[in-house]
Design a protein around this ligand. Structure first.
Ligand SMILES: Cc1cc2nc3c(=O)[nH]c(=O)nc-3n(C[C@H](O)[C@H](O)[C@H](O)COP(=O)(O)O)c2cc1C
Ligand code: SF4
Length: 492
């Protein structure tokens, strides 16, 4: 990797090797051959193939979420491909993904690819950012932060060196959206990054891709080579960094530390990456799905984008459904679709049994109860029922899942993924996991044990440094509130 102008001397030193921090990761030295997935979608489907789940539990190191949640319990040998469909009035992020026909440079160009980049280069940076602001696009990585505001904030930063970072870590269990966008439309991501670079004044970008997605890596490497050979990105350069199996590296500041070969702990904010990001330079960190909206917005205008969707959630959203559904797969829908429509019409209900709960947004958000299924998909609407849009990965649980087992599973994951920077999460997640495990053996927690658990969760929710610790607590409290009958042995 070349050193970039503007890098500090210290950053240069860290860039030389990452070996010092390899022990942080699960998959530093592991190949992914014949690995069984231990993610939550596979947990939800474990009764459909107990022997596969057993293999996953016994595997060392564990592998969490291979992005094959449509075929859970899955392994790296699972070759099935999901159903992919556009159900929104306009296909934006999944356009071409279902067909898989615009993967290579020539086909992408023939389908009008890279014309939005050319158009954006005829606009000023301010004009591009204004279009984004008008689109009301919000980040698809989980937090729903207004994209235009983030772009404006990086554009407003002084300095000759800025970076674009595409977050392709997609760690949320149940989510395989970014995976297929990258595998089947890699040039759209490259085009979007170059547009973003022009918008904020960044000359180079990084893509941080999870190791668990080897086909996406292969597709991207070919596309990057084609882009360089054709010169289509102009002066804009892109580097690919492959993760080593850490959920918390999806958090933007941990991700930046990982790219810099530092120990990937969360950074204290402020300052935010928009001011002091990669190599201490202003940096735009955006999720893959957020970014691939850019070519459409530049081509059709921000206002046209804002006409799609509903409430304060404009545009379309990709969702992915897990294997328990009759029609698992990847769908582009418009915001405003109700959870009931997603479950019953899009997913076709569950294959066996009725639905007990929905998880959207991985292990760090609350669950949705069937009584809440009339809620329409939107950032505020989901927040109001104690759930989240998250990344769009949807894991349905049937009545084979006991919520105490789910808590033990998620806190085992959460504790092993904690970056360790703050005490509430580092100690709290592990201690809570032990308490859930104790209750799992059939022993109700003592009055003191229940009080301790409540205090741990409350402290994690209020004082954790990042959404990992607070989100685990929110999830547990949501289960206590909505599925109390399963967890009486732990709470109140
Ligand atoms: C524990 C944790 C894990 C995260 N993992 C991801 C991830 O895998 N992919 C992602 O895009 N954002 C992830 N995020 C959110 C990022 O920190 C960040 O908000 C996002 O990349 C910003 O992009 P956006 O504005 O386009 O949503 C995670 C956040 C937390 C707290
Ligand atoms: S909440 Fe957990 S993951 Fe986040 S900074 Fe604290 S220890 Fe690290």
């Amino acid at each position: 990797m070349n050193n970039k102008p503007g890098q500090s001397r210290q950053a240069t030193k860290f860039l030389e090797s990452g070996a010092e921090v390899d022990s942080f990761y699960h998959l530093s030295h592991s190949s992914l051959e014949h690995c069984y997935c231990r993610g939550t979608s596979c947990f939800a489907a474990k009764h459909t193939s107990p022997e596969r789940w057993e293999m996953a539990l016994n595997q060392r190191p564990p592998v969490y979420c291979l992005g094959k949640c449509y075929a859970s319990p899955s392994s790296t040998d699972t070759t099935e491909e999901p159903n992919i469909q556009i159900l929104s009035s306009t296909g934006i992020v999944l356009a071409g993904v279902a067909e898989g026909t615009i993967r290579d440079f020539v086909s992408y160009r023939q389908a009008d690819g890279y014309s939005a980049l050319r158009r954006s280069l005829q606009m000023s940076s301010n004009e591009v950012v204004t279009q984004l602001e008008q689109s009301q696009l919000r980040g698809r990585g989980g937090a729903g932060f207004p994209a235009g505001r983030k772009f404006r904030s990086v554009l407003d930063q002084p300095g000759p060196v800025k970076y674009i970072v595409a977050n392709a870590d997609e760690g949320d269990h149940g989510s395989y959206i970014d995976r297929f966008i990258i595998e089947r439309t890699p040039h759209r991501l490259l085009e979007a990054m170059a547009i973003a670079g022009h918008a904020v004044g960044a000359g180079s970008g990084y893509i941080y891709l999870r190791k668990e997605y080897p086909a996406a890596e292969a597709s991207l490497r070919v596309a990057m080579q084609e882009a360089v050979q054709s010169g289509v990105l102009g002066e804009f350069t892109v580097e690919l960094v492959i993760g080593k199996g850490s959920y918390v590296c999806g958090e933007e500041t941990s991700l930046l530390n990982s790219i810099e070969h530092r120990r990937p702990e969360i950074r204290v904010r402020p300052p935010f990456p928009t001011e002091h990001g990669l190599f201490n330079c202003p940096t735009l960190v955006s999720n893959v799905e957020t970014l691939v909206n850019l070519p459409w917005i530049i081509t059709n205008g921000g206002e046209a984008y804002a006409h799609l969707g509903f409430s304060r959630s404009r545009g379309t959203k990709a969702i992915s459904l897990n294997s328990l559904f009759n029609r698992p797969g990847l769908y582009e829908i418009e915001f405003g679709t109700s959870l009931r429509e997603i479950v019953e019409e899009i997913g076709g209900g569950l294959k066996k049994d009725s639905i007990k709960a929905l998880m959207m947004g991985g292990p760090i958000v609350g669950l949705a109860h069937p009584s809440e299924f009339d809620t329409r998909l939107g950032f505020e609407e989901m927040r109001d029922i104690g759930a989240a849009v998250g990344h769009g990965g949807i894991v349905a649980f049937d009545h084979n899942t006991n919520m105490l087992d789910l808590l033990a599973h998620l806190f085992e994951f959460g504790a092993s993924e904690s970056c360790g920077k703050c005490t509430p999460c580092r100690h709290g997640s592990r201690r809570a996991q032990i308490l859930f495990r104790t209750a799992q053996t059939g022993t109700s927690l003592s009055t003191e044990g229940k009080a301790e658990l409540s205090e741990i969760l409350s402290t994690m929710r209020r004082t954790s440094l990042c959404g990992h610790g607070s989100g685990l607590a929110i999830l547990a409290e949501s289960i206590q509130k909505k599925f109390g009958e399963d967890v009486q042995s732990c709470f109140g």
